[in-house]
Ligand binder design. Structure first.
Ligand code: NDP
Length: 488
């Protein structure tokens, strides 16, 4: 068992109160280690360190080329430690090893992508009416608070840190109190990469108090948040203190639409993977399966024939395809939704309960659950459950499918299954969602912008668009007339 410390101002520190939090493996209840339980006082110190590093430190004059080199170095170090990081991610947040390995590799890719992008931050030169030369430069936005959730701790750390550092910002990142370990390990790699002190600070502590301070503190120029929509609203309220810039990546109730002209076998796989990857604890999970009525029977039969292949267990057990939910509270939340679905009149087709067997007793396991005969107005079709629960809704026409898909407060992701490219493109262009897939579900690329329409968030992460969220835009006008303006 390891006693971790936080990373503030280039030093490993305890919380001023000396309080500790125990970090638990959700798959077996084992104690993995302790981390400092910081409060506002500790977070303020981290913010001050980031402020000083931005205003006075060597980071200010570090060239884009050198910032990029730091990011490449971090990427290399993540790859060097990939096995250890993946196993720790499994233990801390419950996902199967293969998924954790993917996350670690993608986190390294993310630092590489932004390492390359650091030197491609361009300004513009404008033609203006006066005899002037006018141009636009991009500058780092400043000190950025970053708050990430428990479902992809290392990957979300990369998504937040890499673009901010490429842009020249300094950061204070707070992982979820449930899953801080890989972010702290990453802090060790960032230290090894030699970033100037205070450029990256990783604080551990609860959302209430530590997280709130990041949103509210006036020394922060920005807060970037990924998590639940309700918390997103609180972040906005806090950020109003100094009208800091805000980006929000919130939840989804994402439609995965299967047309009769699809490749059925591929759609069956895509429906299951869309709903149950990472135990369904994914903002972009395809949690609403919209199925053409004419193929509903064969679609359901195909899914039920494969559902037992989703082997449950601790993520480090070979062959496991689904791990435990993150916490007892999350398990209870999802079980409550299953009860709601039954009371609303939906038909449970499988799952709905905890798996039997002593190996499951100490973990937060829940069988993959599919509800049929769901109607669009039911709560299980409208609210983000964030667990392995899939709701099947049928439709008869393309227009109806689009209407049901868009009939939600959210607008994060959507999938379309059809071999007819005209239909697939027509439908995708009609969907009010920021991330869409045709004949696949879930692939995510660092090169592409990630984020949602409607109440799924503000702004975009990743890709070239993602760096905009960490840059300010300044216009510079140079007068080319030598004579005074002659106004007085
Ligand atoms: P939260 O939105 O509460 O947590 C996300 C992050 O925000 C965590 O780091 C959390 O810290 C922090 N946080 C919590 N409250 C505040 C606050 N008032 N001010 C600043 N930061 C705060 O998610 P939950 O863990 O409570 O999950 C609730 C629901 O949110 C889930 O069931 C799911 O529906 C949704 N969710 C969506 C995610 C997504 O990727 N879109 C990710 C996670 C959850 P800490 O954990 O330390 O309290």
């Amino acid at each position: 068992m390891k006693q971790y410390r936080m990373y503030v101002g280039g030093e490993w520190v305890e919380a001023k109160s000396k309080a500790l939090r125990q970090i638990i493996d959700p798959g077996n209840g084992e104690l993995l280690g302790t981390v400092p339980e910081s409060n506002r006082e500790d977070v303020i110190l981290a913010i001050e360190a980031a402020r000083e590093a931005f205003d006075k430190g060597p980071w200010k004059t570090t060239t884009a080329l050198d910032r990029g080199k730091f990011l490449f170095k971090i990427s290399d170090l993540i790859r060097r430690e990939a096995k250890r990081l993946a196993e720790l991610e499994v233990k801390n947040c419950g996902k199967p090893l293969a998924e954790a390995e993917f996350d670690v590799n993608d986190a390294a890719n993310c630092f590489e992508f932004y390492g390359g992008l650091a030197t491609k931050i361009h300004g513009e030169t404008m033609s203006v009416p006066a005899n002037s030369m006018s141009f636009v430069v991009r500058e780092p936005l400043g000190v950025c608070g970053q708050i990430i959730p428990w479902n992809f701790p290392l990957l979300m750390s990369a998504w937040k840190l890499a673009p901010a550092l490429a842009a020249g910002c300094t950061v204070i990142l707070k992982p979820s109190e449930l899953t801080p370990l890989t972010a702290l390990e990453l802090a060790g790699l960032i230290h090894e990469a030699g970033l100037p002190r205070g450029v990256v600070n990783i604080v551990t502590g609860p959302g209430v108090g530590a997280g709130e301070e990041l949103a509210q503190n006036k020394l922060c120029d920005k807060v970037a948040f990924t998590g639940g929509t309700l918390t997103g609203r609180k972040i906005l309220e806090g950020a109003s203190s100094n009208l800091k810039k805000v980006t929000l990546e919130l939840g989804g109730k994402n439609p995965n639409i299967v047309f009769a002209d699809c490749d059925l076998e591929a759609a069956i796989d895509g429906a299951l993977f869309g709903a149950f990857a990472n135990q369904g604890e994914v903002c972009s999970a395809g949690s609403r399966l919209l199925v053409d009525k004419s193929i509903h029977k064969s679609m359901v039969a195909g899914m039920l024939a494969k559902i037992d292949r989703i082997k449950l267990g601790h993520g480090l057990t070979p062959g496991v395809k689904m791990g435990p939910l993150i916490s007892k509270a999350q398990l209870e939340k999802v079980q409550n939704y299953i009860q709601i679905g039954i009371e609303e009149g939906a038909t449970p087709l499988c799952g709905g309960k905890r798996p039997e067997g002593s190996i499951f007793n100490k973990g937060n396991f829940l069988l993959p659950t599919i509800f049929d005969n769901v109607t669009p107005k039911m709560r299980i079709a409208r609210e983000e459950i964030f667990g392995p629960v899939l709701s099947i809704i049928t439709f008869e026409t393309e227009e109806e499918a689009i209407h049901i898909a868009n009939d939600t407060d959210y607008g994060l992701a959507a999938g379309v299954w059809s071999k007819n490219i005209f239909r697939a493109m027509r439908v995708v262009r009609s969907l009010r969602a920021g991330i869409t897939w045709i004949n696949t579900y879930h692939p995510t690329f660092n090169e592409l912008p990630w984020g949602g329409y409607k109440q799924s968030g503000w702004g975009r992460e990743l890709g070239i668009h993602g760096i905009d969220a960490y840059l300010e835009t300044k216009q510079i006008n140079i007068n080319l007339d030598e004579a005074p303006i002659g106004w007085y």
